[in-house]
Design a protein around this ligand. Structure first.
Ligand code: GLA
Ligand code: ZN
Length: 663
């Protein structure tokens, strides 16, 4: 289950650097400061198309080669980005059909980013050419350790090419129109299609089947575009050189599991933005990215103190970047790169945080990074080839997220919030939890939680049932097992194919105007937003854990939460969207029953993560997420690799961390 084949040989720290913004005389001082900060890596070139190919087919890589070489002299390695998120002006002028069209049919302008049509054959050819030329030149350069394709894919295009491609895509999925019409119930509102060209590209709300397939089409478009570049690069790479793409946190414009398939490692761009880090939420995002490949990942970009795009671009607190970095490492990051190194004089991001300002001098924040660079160097040896432990897994489903977001039914029903509602009670107790696709293998986990698994296929249901039958603890929640993979209602009650495993089914579901009391043995709580009325099917083996109280005519006295003894395991069915305290109490019971223990007991606000090596050696990472000092008592004696001390308790400073191995 744990795969370390693509994890790098050290923990990396660095930044995105744009030597093309500066004259070459400036590089030396930049690189000196990077080295002094302990940098081991930079990412270059992901927006440098106009500098690398100033005219069609004329390449100029000499400057880039000199930059890579100068960095290498300072022992700083390079990740190269392909520059396709920012096409040069000659390209969009000569081939205006490569510009994307927005939802309202307007062609985009040159000079921002991601303004290309993802399905344009002309754009594919240009992308293949620049990516291939870069790889030919740098694929075997020993200082280039990895490649990033494009930068933060996101834009759907509505041009005519994309429409035709959409129809072709639907044809390959459904085969014939009769099938599509049936599976989408198109007789409804007279949508029936008589030829493929009649099928619209959805703008705003539309038929649920059409809406879901359009998301899959965007997934397919980017997978294909990415593959075009991977195929142009891969043949030129030396063995061991990896390819990634930098994803964005909760972004759901395409299925990230599909896009990750052709990548060697996943990476993502993690910004707090406005406000403060909530480590249960960011922990979930790290775990999600780790789940894309079930491998350690890179934080390819993170904020040097502040961003420029939030409504209030507040800074981190002194020391806070340390907590953010070790938190990421605790959840499986093997690299931490700031965006960006130095403030360019102009361009659209003048106010963004950097390590070095427009004058070339380090900003106050630089000292935090320098300290972190030294800490990474100390701890790198002990963390190599270790991966996060995981006793529990949560399933994260793009299909279900899309299906629910298109039809919330209650305006406050948010897939992500509901997901975090289950992740948080685990996170705050230091329970090691993975986040995986509903199609991923389930072996090795004691507990699997399937939050709002609205779209459920029969194979997924079979795997979940088998997991429980074999002794696992399975938690099903609201809206689960309602839809098939064309986003149509299943012809049976929820949880669909999981009814036998659940030992119960949903008689009806209610969007709640007012909270409804929920009573269990041991706690009283409230259901809010959503309540499902459960009916026990297998009364002999099913226990009603909680019932609704008075207050809602259809729910009063009915089962809200059940647990079914199923084979050697148990299946919980949680029909109520509980308030936080009740949710916490329920999760405590489930964790106890599943025999899951925290990585370590810590005071509130201090997190403990565990990374384990292939040889079984354990590394504990402790993070103080708060701005007050904390004391942590350890159940054993440990070496803290940040300062070499042998300790049985720790005084963690505000945003402090510790990296421990047992002695
Ligand atoms: C994104 C982009 C970067 C930069 C940052 C600013 O993550 O990938 O190029 O624009 O945002 O926060
Ligand atoms: Zn298009």
């Amino acid at each position: 289950m744990q795969d370390t084949s693509s994890t790098p040989r050290r923990l990396h720290i660095g930044a995105a650097y744009y030597p093309e913004h500066w004259s070459e005389e400036d590089w030396a001082e930049d690189i000196r400061l990077m080295r002094a900060a302990g940098f081991t890596v930079v990412r270059l070139a992901e927006f440098a198309w106009s500098s690398m190919e100033p005219a069609e087919g004329q390449f100029n890589f000499d400057w880039l080669e000199r930059a890579i070489a100068q960095l290498s002299e300072a022992e700083i390695l390079t990740v190269l980005g392909t520059p396709t998120a920012a096409p040069p002006a000659w390209l969009t002028q000569t081939y205006p059909q490569t510009l994307a069209t927005d939802e309202n049919g307007r062609r985009l302008q040159h000079g921002n980013r991601c303004h290309y049509c993802v399905n344009s054959p002309t754009y594919h050819a240009a992308a293949r050419r620049i990516a291939g030329a870069m790889a030919e030149r740098f694929g075997k350069n020993p200082d280039v350790i990895g490649w990033q394709i494009d930068n933060e894919f996101w834009r759907p295009c509505y041009c005519e090419i994309c429409q035709v491609e959409f129809h072709r895509f639907l044809q390959s999925r459904y085969g014939d129109l009769e099938t599509l019409n049936r599976r989408w119930s198109t007789a409804y509102w007279s949508q029936t299609y008589f030829n493929w060209e009649q099928i619209p590209v959805p703008r705003g709300n539309h038929n649920p089947g059409l809406m879901l397939e359009h998301k899959r089409f965007i997934t397919h478009s980017y997978t294909h575009f990415q593959k075009t570049q991977i195929d142009a690069i891969r043949p030129h790479l030396a063995p061991g050189i990896w390819i990634t793409h930098n994803f964005m946190g909760w972004f759901d414009g395409f299925d990230h599991y599909d896009l990750s398939q052709e990548l060697d490692i996943a990476s993502w761009d993690w910004y707090v933005g406005m406000g403060r880090n909530d480590y249960a939420i960011s922990g979930a995002m790290h775990a999600i990215v780790r789940g894309y490949k079930n491998r350690n990942f890179w934080v390819m970009e993170t904020q040097p103190n502040q961003v420029n795009w939030a409504s209030i671009n507040n800074s981190l607190e002194p020391g806070e970047t340390r907590a953010l970095a070790w938190h990421a490492v605790g959840h499986g990051a093997d690299a931490w790169l700031y965006w960006q190194w130095r403030s360019a004089y102009s361009g659209q991001e003048q106010y963004h945080g950097t390590l070095v300002d427009q004058s070339g001098q380090p900003r106050p924040f630089y000292s935090d990074v320098k300290a972190l660079g030294a800490d990474f160097a100390k701890c790198s040896p002990v963390l190599i080839d270790t991966v996060p432990a995981a006793q529990a897994a949560l399933l994260y489903s793009f299909d279900s997220r899309w299906a629910i977001q298109n039809q919330r039914h209650h305006r406050d029903f948010d897939y992500v919030k509901h997901f975090v509602h289950y992740y948080r009670p685990l996170a705050i107790r230091n329970i090691s939890a993975a986040v995986i696709s509903p199609d991923a293998p389930l072996d090795g986990y004691k507990l699997v939680v399937a939050p709002a698994l609205n779209v459920l296929t029969e194979p997924q249901a079979n795997a979940l049932s088998e997991f429980a039958r074999a002794g696992g603890h399975l938690v099903l929640t609201l809206r689960t097992g309602m839809k098939d993979d064309a986003n149509a209602l299943l012809p049976m009650r929820q949880p669909g194919w999981l009814r036998e495993a659940a030992g119960a089914e949903v008689e009806d579901y209610y969007a709640l105007l007012e909270p409804v009391a929920v009573q269990a043995e041991g706690w009283d709580g409230r259901a809010q937003i959503w309540g499902e009325r459960l009916k026990v099917l297998d009364s002999e083996n099913t226990h009603v854990v909680a019932r609704y109280g008075a207050g809602h005519g259809w729910l009063a006295g009915q089962a809200a939460i059940t647990v079914h003894n199923y084979g050697a395991g148990k299946v919980y069915f949680v029909g109520a969207y509980l308030d936080d305290a009740a949710q916490d109490a329920l999760c405590v019971t489930i964790l106890r029953e599943a025999g899951i223990h925290p990585v370590l007991e810590t005071p509130a606000g201090v997190e403990a993560c565990l990374r384990v090596g292939a040889d079984g050696h354990e590394v504990f990472i402790l993070i103080n997420h708060g701005n007050a000092s904390q004391t942590v008592w350890l159940p054993w004696q440990a070496c803290n690799h940040l300062n070499g001390q042998i300790v049985t308790h720790l005084a963690l400073e505000p945003y402090g961390a510790a990296v421990l191995t047992l002695v």
